[in-house]
Design a protein around this ligand. Structure first.
Ligand SMILES: [Ca+2]
Ligand SMILES: [Ca+2]
Length: 717
């Protein structure tokens, strides 16, 4: 079905003979139909997180050195077409236990502005699939799941994405389809047992082995969504796997997600060629199983997963770099068949739960130190409990799955009025709890297990021990010591014997990672003692090699290590008398940083470290910049909704502009034009009489000179 409308009517002069006018209009309609891709009515399944009737728009990739690609896309996308899916990666081997903390922090910025944005995670299992299958990485898998619990936002997970590519460890000459399938099943089982809103995605690469179903399919009970990653020339010609995946997804009644898409080795892309994009949108339009589209908005010539490395040399794929590409791209996304970042209720309405009963009200809200607690809420009807929403001074603050919230990001000495509601998976919101004024009393120590007083197996989750790669020392040279050298039952103890060849190079490192924020001040404190006078280096370290929530070792170790840059480093004299050390530092960017202790720049010694703390002085902090979101144009939800007879749609424009407001079916067919005129700045409203319309979901589309938006409404009687 062609959804393009003829926009040319008003400009075709009435002085022309009607036949000529008609011919010109037909020609214009034809040209527009060439430009806008055919868009088949979307397939629907009852699969988890399958949005009824629409394809979700998404962008990335984030969690990388050049971590602003999602936000760059966000700024480029017109209002009403902001991406609803945020693409990121997690690697179980390098994964930090609290891997989702910074992901949530990034995503909540959009949520707090009223946009319900969902993560889509590429879960990289290729290096570890044998260990996962052997059951030796249960701790990592459990931490993976715990991360989603903390996120409390529905998520799509591509387990072992691009499984059919020969460069994967289970591909090529090592071709181990059974190993891959077993690993997918194991991870999917964990996800399903968690009962969280997570869709598992079986995602093929388009340049890999084909066919794939026979050899690589983990099974209907483990696979929620099919997926494909699209680079190079994606649809026209060579990629049989596209058709295979779409066809099989349709046969299995499962939706399909495009996990990654970006033009690669397109000579034309550096000059803004539209060929690749036309192919992409042709594919999405013609394949009704495609229910999500993720675009990688990168300059592949300069951006790499690792900062400091050269890019891949694939060309510049940033939409903002090429006006003609950008215009085409977002013109396609204007099709009402695409769904963009919107409210949580609008997103959840697409999940098609037959549930109009909200969860019960939250009761028993009270303080327990820095923690807020309340009575658990169930959703007894329909769709199941989704999450709690926590409001601070009436504004969305955070989500939780569990019935508690730690007040850690309010600011020491600051107070706020907090209330909590429960939300079900259909988007019904339960009654408000009572409001409670809370104050953040304590500074928050960002360091976990800084006292080392729990068994090593406990704090190994938090601290990383690393030996320089010269074979002289080992990570096992770190131990916990119970001889009462410093504070409490245990201290961290580090011994090295080697005399360094180069005294400037450390041999052993003890560190913990956390998210630092630009212009925030941090106070570092620790106690230390040594068996002789030594020098150590302590401080914030960050390198921009932040990929898959870790510092991935893309090349060899030394290349990796050389990419460090410093926030604040201190050379510390540690003597034979225990002493407390205090430092302050300020971060010069938002980044995953390490508080790092580096030893071994002098002949062999033993040093003990204890009571490590890192306090973010929020009261001095300049808060992180929120993304700039345009609120000049507003398209409000219609009132009342659902509609039994008539409804009113209000919208606001900041200047005099042409305005059209039209009603469409879910498939984009225009039913009625409510407004088509030039209007002055201000808030306007239009009424729609839906008396003769059958019950169902409809779209209303607002278009002005500089702004387009689409919302959904329901006719119900
Ligand atoms: Ca319910
Ligand atoms: Ca201790």
């Amino acid at each position: 079905m062609v959804l393009a409308e003829s926009n040319g009517k008003a400009t075709i002069g009435n002085f022309l003979p009607s036949r000529v006018r008609k011919a010109i209009l037909l020609l214009i309609a034809f040209i527009i139909s060439l430009y806008a891709q055919n868009f088949e009515e979307r397939a629907n399944s009852k699969t988890i997180l399958d949005p009824k009737g629409v394809t979700l728009s998404g962008a990335g990739q984030d969690g990388c050195a050049c971590a602003n690609s999602f936000d760059n896309y966000w700024k480029t996308a017109p209002e009403g077409q902001k991406p609803v899916i945020f693409m990121d990666y997690v690697d179980p081997w390098h994964m930090r236990p609290n891997w989702s903390n910074d992901l949530k922090e990034k995503i909540m910025r959009y949520h707090r502005q009223g946009y319900y944005v969902l993560p889509q995670i590429g879960f990289k299992i290729e290096h570890d699939y044998k260990q996962i299958n052997a059951g030796t990485m249960e701790k990592e898998l459990d931490n993976f799941i715990k991360g989603f619990e903390y996120l409390a936002i529905p998520c799509y997970v591509r387990i072992g994405y691009e499984f059919n590519n020969i460069y994967k460890k289970y591909g090529g000459n090592n071709r181990d389809t059974a190993g891959y399938i077993a690993c997918f099943q194991r991870v999917a089982k964990k996800i399903k047992e968690s009962n969280l809103e997570i869709a598992t995605v079986w995602c093929a690469g388009l340049s890999g082995e084909s066919p794939v179903m026979q050899s690589w399919y983990p099974g209907d009970e483990y696979v929620d969504w099919f997926g494909i990653d699209c680079f190079a020339d994606i649809y026209n010609g060579v990629h049989a796997v596209t058709i295979e995946m779409c066809t099989n997804a349709a046969e299995k009644n499962k939706p399909l997600l495009i996990g990654e898409s970006s033009p690669m080795w397109m000579n034309g892309s550096n000059t803004g060629s539209l060929d690749w994009y036309k192919s992409l949108y042709k594919m999405v339009g013609e394949q009704p199983t495609i229910k999500a589209l993720g675009y990688i908005n990168w300059d592949w010539d300069i951006e790499d997963m690792n900062a400091g490395n050269l890019g891949f040399g694939w060309g510049d794929a940033r939409l903002e770099a090429f006006p003609n590409v950008k215009e085409y791209f977002f013109e396609q996304l204007e099709n009402p068949g695409y769904f963009h970042a919107s409210s949580e209720q609008e997103f959840r309405a697409l999940l098609d739960y037959n549930d109009n009963t909200p969860p019960s009200a939250v009761t028993g809200l009270k303080k327990d130190g820095n923690r807020l607690v309340w009575n658990p809420v169930e959703d007894n009807t329909g769709s199941k409990f989704a999450h709690y929403t926590i409001y601070k001074d009436g504004k969305l603050w955070d989500y939780m799955i569990n019935p508690y919230y730690d007040i850690i990001d309010l600011g020491v000495g600051k107070s706020a009025s907090v209330h909590v509601v429960a939300v079900d998976r259909a988007g019904n919101i339960g009654g408000k709890s009572s409001s409670l004024t809370v104050e953040q009393v304590n500074s928050i120590n960002l360091i976990e297990n800084g006292t080392f007083d729990l068994p090593r197996t406990t704090f190994e989750n938090d601290w990383t021990f690393r030996a320089a790669n010269d074979g002289k020392v080992a990570e096992d040279d770190f131990e916990t010591d119970s001889t009462g050298k410093l504070t409490g039952p245990y201290s961290a103890k580090v011994t090295w014997t080697a005399t360094p060849k180069d005294p400037a190079i450390w041999k052993l490192q003890l560190f913990q990672e956390f998210l630092v924020k630009k212009d925030h001040k941090y106070r570092v404190s620790f106690r230390a003692v040594a068996d002789k006078e030594i020098k150590a280096t302590v401080g914030f370290m960050a390198n921009a090699i932040q990929y898959m929530n870790t510092h991935v070792q893309w090349g060899n170790d030394m290349d990796f290590e050389n990419e460090w840059h410093k926030f604040n480093m201190w050379e510390v004299d540690i003597g034979t008398e225990a002493k407390t050390y205090n430092f302050t530092g300020t971060a010069d960017r938002d980044e995953i940083a390490r508080l790092s202790f580096m030893f071994g720049t002098c002949p062999g010694a033993t040093v003990w470290v204890d009571d490590v703390s890192l306090i973010n002085d929020y009261q001095n902090a300049i808060h992180i910049n929120q993304p700039q979101l345009s609120h000049n144009y507003i398209l409000n939800q219609n009132i009342p909704n659902p509609i039994s007879t008539t409804t009113t749609i209000a919208y606001t424009i900041p200047k005099k502009t042409s305005v059209t407001l039209s009603i469409h079916t879910l498939n984009g067919k225009k039913i009625k034009t409510l407004v088509n005129t030039v209007q002055n700045s201000g808030t306007h409203q239009a009424n729609w009489d839906a008396t003769n319309m059958p019950s169902g979901v409809y779209l209303f589309r607002f278009k002005s000179d500089a702004f387009t938006a689409v919302r959904r409404c329901v006719v119900k009687r």
